[in-house]
Design a protein around this ligand. Structure first.
Ligand code: PLP
Length: 390
């Protein structure tokens, strides 16, 4: 930790533990102390740490081939594109290495599609207040939180923000420059807030009416997290494009942009690319993830465990009504909003052996592995209760 403070860029507030090993929902620090990880990496390890089938598949691929240029074909990537398009109902997959890159691809897609349709003035992507879309200049501008943008001006043009869930505000924001709407089905980073029921459906109708692309950021909500493979599937719509990352590689870095056949026609050779995107190792891990999370039993488990956890957290709220304002979420993406700052409670939880983080100032975020047990969730509630009472 001394060396970290000496040499790492000090851009994170790091918790004072060095993590060394993990299995399922447990991780161990360098001193051998065990923690219950109900943050699941950071919503990245949906199948749990070091899932044996992921380890076996990746290990076997490691001995064959790691990386080739995207000017050549490779089988894990092709297989993954097939799995993702089959699961999403979209037709085209582009691979990158992170969420921000996947959103960059969506933004570039929207602008290029509108240019190709003969609408050169349509370059704006409407996004939502309190959203989170990444840290590159374009995606941090798409992000509807000024705290992430301050000091990096001038920001790229073309990202109006409107209140989340407010259809009238979206309609008012649509104008001659609008190319697309980018939305999270649940705002994860922004405090674990779900869009009102019917909101995505209404956005779909609005986009159809106005000739806009509907882009859905599924980086945190996708890959089974909310009990459907992709969260937009709760509303029975098909977006024009979606972005994926976080748990897609179960902890290995991989992102993806999926889009319709029609939209995908705009990204012809030379228009976009990524050196490492879709490399054989990350794609191999993602193939195991997609095989697992398209199993209906896995999705039922996520829903059932999420409902169970949420009901236990609501009981906790009942016992501590002066501290806990609300427990909310969908599937295994759950937030517990407090009446005060979350940070001291997160430290206390860690001291007690429970890992979680904050989404927004006052909300504790849980994104456990789908393989988490009821006993783990019970233990999490007990540890959280002790932390809150202390
Ligand atoms: C984490 C996240 C991102 C950014 O992903 P990175 O891999 O950190 O670039 C974008 N959108 C959402 C909804 C996220 O949760």
């Amino acid at each position: 930790m001394e060396k970290a403070k000496a040499h790492l860029l000090q851009n994170y507030k790091q918790q004072p533990i060095v993590l060394e090993r993990g299995l399922g929902s447990r991780v161990w620090d360098a001193e051998g102390r065990e923690y219950l990880d109900l943050l699941g990496g950071i919503a990245t390890c949906g199948l749990g740490h070091c899932h044996p089938e992921v380890v076996a598949a990746v290990r076997s691929q490691l001995e064959k081939l790691w990386h080739v240029s995207n000017v050549f074909y490779s089988e894990p990537q092709i297989e993954l594109a097939g799995r993702l398009t089959a699961a999403s109902g979209l037709q085209r997959a582009f691979f990158c290495n992170s969420g921000a890159e996947a959103n960059e691809a969506l933004i570039k897609l929207a602008r290029k599609v509108q240019k190709d349709r003969g609408n050169p003035d349509r370059f704006e992507v409407i996004t939502f207040e309190n959203s989170f879309h990444g840290r590159t200049l374009a995606t941090v501008t798409a992000t509807g939180q000024t705290k992430y943008q301050k000091g990096f001006e001038p920001l790229p043009a073309g990202f109006p923000h409107v209140p989340y869930g407010d259809l009238e505000a979206v309609k008012k924001a649509v104008g001659p420059n609008t190319a697309a709407i980018l939305v999270e089905p649940v705002q994860g980073e922004g405090g674990v807030r779900s869009a009102p029921e019917g909101f995505l459906k209404a956005l779909r109708a609005l986009c159809d009416e106005k000739g806009l692309l509907l882009l859905v950021d599924e980086i945190q909500t996708g890959m089974g997290r909310t009990g459907k493979v992709f969260a937009y599937q709760h509303e029975d719509i098909l977006p024009d494009g979606i972005s994926l990352a976080k748990s897609l590689g179960n902890g290995l870095p991989i992102g993806a942009m999926l889009c319709t056949e029609e939209a995908g026609k705009s990204l012809v050779p030379g228009t976009h690319g990524s050196t490492f995107g879709g490399n054989l190792i990350a794609a191999t891990a993602a193939n195991v993830v997609m095989r697992k999370v398209t199993d209906p039993q896995m999705l039922r488990d996520v829903t059932q465990k999420g409902d169970y956890f949420l009901s236990r957290l609501r009981e906790l709220q009942g016992r501590l009504p002066a501290l806990v304002k609300e427990a909310r979420g969908r599937g295994l993406l759950i937030g517990v909003e407090l009446f005060q700052d979350a940070a001291p409670f997160i430290s206390k939880c860690r001291e007690l052996g429970l890992l979680l983080n904050a989404a927004g100032e006052k909300t504790l975020r849980f994104a456990p592995a789908y393989t988490v047990t009821h006993d783990d969730l019970d233990q999490g509630v007990r540890l959280l209760e002790r932390a809150l009472k202390s």
